[in-house]
Design a protein. Structure first.
Length: 227
């Protein structure tokens, strides 16, 4: 019986081709699984970074929005104080030379004609006389003269005739102005009012834009003193 020829694939300790292929497949499978594991880890890390980055971005945007609101509201307060000082100057110095110590109550832009307020406030007047170009908000707020004083019984109009030439644009002892946001909760959260007592009151802009100085009960119930 002829002797079995030696398998050259086993010479030198070499494994058969089939075994080599199984070994390679096993090694390749292990590498693939390891790569998948590493990829999953990096995917989780990437997702975490995106989530953390988004949270940080939202926090930053919220901070910027809040700072913008606070800045606009502070500007509205300062502007009403400026208008109040302008009114005191107008009356004390008879700026329109009508021979009467009275307040200008027709609008805000009229105070600019007498050099008492800045031009930026001229264009922010929501109801100028005469009506012209659409108003432009000043630091997110519009400003307007109030129509009536509801704290009086009966309510008293701010626009009165105090001299024979000017018309109903003055009041001998009163004035009232309002500041309101151009876009509620975006450019400002509050409505502010001021009168001849030089005290600023505020309430939420959600209550609407007042046309009159509030009645005493309304002022106590719904408004807060700011200055």
């Amino acid at each position: 019986m002829p002797s079995e020829a030696p398998d050259p694939r086993r010479e030198g300790g070499q494994k058969p081709i089939g075994e080599q292929r199984r070994h390679v497949r096993g090694y390749t499978s292990g590498v693939t699984q390891a790569a998948r594991g590493i990829s999953a880890v990096w995917l989780v890390i990437l997702i975490l970074l995106i989530v953390l980055g988004s949270a940080g971005a939202f926090a930053w945007l919220a901070h910027v929005r809040r700072e913008r609101l606070l800045s606009n509201e502070a500007s509205a307060l300062a502007t009403l104080a400026e208008i109040s000082r302008a009114e005191a100057d107008f009356r004390a110095n008879d700026r329109d030379r009508n021979g009467v110590n009275d307040f200008w109550t027709a609008d805000i832009s009229g105070l600019f004609r007498y050099g008492l307020i800045r031009r930026a406030l001229l264009t922010a007047d929501a109801n100028p006389l005469p009506t012209g170009s659409p108003p432009l908000p000043y630091n997110g707020y519009y400003f307007s003269a109030l129509d009536m004083d509801d704290s009086e019984t009966p309510p008293e109009t701010y626009r009165q005739v105090t001299d024979p030439k000017s018309g109903a644009v003055h009041h001998p002892a009163k004035f009232g102005f309002v500041a309101f946001p151009a876009e509620q909760d975006v450019t400002g959260r509050y409505v502010y009012v001021i009168n001849e007592n030089h005290t600023i009151f505020r309430r939420s802009a959600a209550g609407g834009i007042p046309k009159n100085w509030p009645a005493d009960r309304d002022l106590v119930k719904n408004w807060l003193s700011n200055w």
